[in-house]
Design a protein around this ligand. Structure first.
Ligand code: AVJ
Length: 299
C-alpha cells in the first residue's frame, strides 16, 4: 500500500504523499522529538489542559466506559485519562503495529486491572472493532484530526458517530501565524528531518533513489484555508526512479506532504454539528493555544 500510494501521489499534477507514512520507526522517534521542541507548543498545551481539567474530562466520559483511541502513539495524556477515568476497557487503534505493541505492553504493566484490546488499523478507513460490552467513548487527541481536510474530518466524525455517543477531540486553535510558523519551522530543524525522512523511508522500503540533499523542507501557514502546509521542494530539475517508474521534478516543484488544519472553537463546533454531534464542552490550556472538545451525538 505504501508503494501504490507513493506512485499515485507522485503522479498527480501537485505531487503529494499521505502524512500517515511519516511514522515508521525513525519517523516516530523524530515526532517524539518534535513534541519536546520549545516551538512545538501543541503537545505541552494539550498535556497542560488535560492535567488542568482532568476531573471534568473524566466526568464527561463517564467511569466504566470503554475508551476507544484513534492514533494512539506515545499516549502520555491517555495514561492520565485512564488513571482518572478507570475505563472498563481501552481500545487503541493505530497503523503502526510496533507502536501498538509497545503501548499495550507499557499500559498493561502500569494498569494491570485494565482490559486492553489493541486494534491494528488506519482511521482513514472504517476499522472492524470488537463487540462493545459497555458505553463507548472515542478519544482522538493530538490534533490528529487536523491532518484531514474538513470534508474528510466530517466523514470521520460521521463514521465515529456510529461507534460512540460521546467523543473527546483534541484540536489545535487558530492563532498568530508567526507562532504557527515557528512550530513547523523549528530552529533545530527536527521538523525538516521528520519531513525528509518520508523520502528516506521510500528509498529504504521501496528502493527509490531520492537524493535528500536536493529536497528542502518548506512549511507555511495558508491563512485562507486555515492550515499549515508542509512540502518538500525540489532544489533542482531532476528525476527520481522507483522501480520501473521515473518521476520528473522541475526546480522549485514541491511534494505536498501534510496539512495541519487549525480551528477556532466555533469552527470546530460547526463541523461537528454537521456530522451529527453537539459541542457540549470545551477545555483549554491557560494560554488558550489548544482545545479539547467534548461532543455528544445528537439524537
Ligand atoms: C500529529 C498531525 C498533529 O500536524 O502538528 C508535527 C504532525 N507535523 N510537525 C501536526 C506534525 C509536523 C502533527 N500531528
Amino acid at each position: 500500500m505504501l508503494k501504490d500510494d507513493v506512485i499515485a501521489g507522485l503522479s498527480l499534477p501537485q505531487k503529494s504523499l499521505p502524512p500517515k507514512y511519516f511514522y515508521d520507526a525513525a519517523g516516530s522517534r523524530l515526532f517524539e522529538r518534535i513534541c519536546r521542541l520549545p516551538e512545538y507548543y501543541l503537545t505541552r498545551a494539550e498535556l497542560a489542559l488535560t492535567r488542568r481539567h482532568l476531573g471534568s474530562i473524566a466526568r464527561f466520559a463517564g467511569r466504566g466506559c470503554e475508551l476507544l483511541e484513534y492514533g494512539s502513539g506515545e499516549s502520555l495524556k491517555t495514561r492520565l485519562l485512564i488513571r482518572a477515568l478507570r475505563p472498563a476497557a481501552y481500545l487503541p487503534v493505530d497503523i503502526s503495529a510496533d507502536a501498538l505493541r509497545a503501548a499495550t505492553q507499557r499500559l498493561s504493566r502500569e494498569f494491570p486491572w485494565l482490559r486492553i484490546a489493541p486494534v491494528h488499523g488506519d482511521f482513514s478507513r472504517p476499522v472492524t472493532l470488537p463487540k462493545s460490552r459497555s458505553r463507548r467513548v472515542v478519544y482522538f487527541p493530538g490534533s490528529t484530526i487536523g491532518n484531514l481536510t474538513p470534508d474528510e474530518a466530517h466523514a470521520f466524525l460521521s463514521m465515529t458517530r456510529g461507534q460512540a455517543a460521546r467523543m473527546l477531540v483534541g484540536v489545535d486553535l487558530k492563532k498568530d501565524a508567526n507562532v504557527l510558523h515557528a512550530a513547523y519551522n523549528d530552529s533545530r530543524r527536527v521538523t525538516a528531518a521528520f519531513n525528509l525522512n518520508l523520502l528516506a523511508r521510500i528509498n529504504r522500503e521501496l528502493g527509490a533513489d531520492f537524493d535528500l540533499r536536493r529536497f528542502a523542507h518548506y512549511a507555511f501557514y495558508n491563512a485562507p484555508l486555515g492550515r499549515i502546509e508542509m512540502h518538500l521542494v525540489s532544489l533542482a530539475r531532476q528525476s527520481v526512479r522507483l522501480g520501473l517508474h521515473r518521476f520528473a521534478f522541475d526546480a522549485g516543484e514541491s511534494i505536498h506532504t501534510e496539512n495541519s488544519y487549525k480551528y477556532s472553537i466555533e469552527e470546530f463546533r460547526a463541523l461537528a454539528a454537521d456530522a451529527g454531534f453537539t459541542g457540549k464542552k470545551v477545555w483549554l490550556d491557560r494560554q488558550g493555544l489548544f482545545a479539547l472538545h467534548g461532543l455528544t451525538a445528537k439524537t
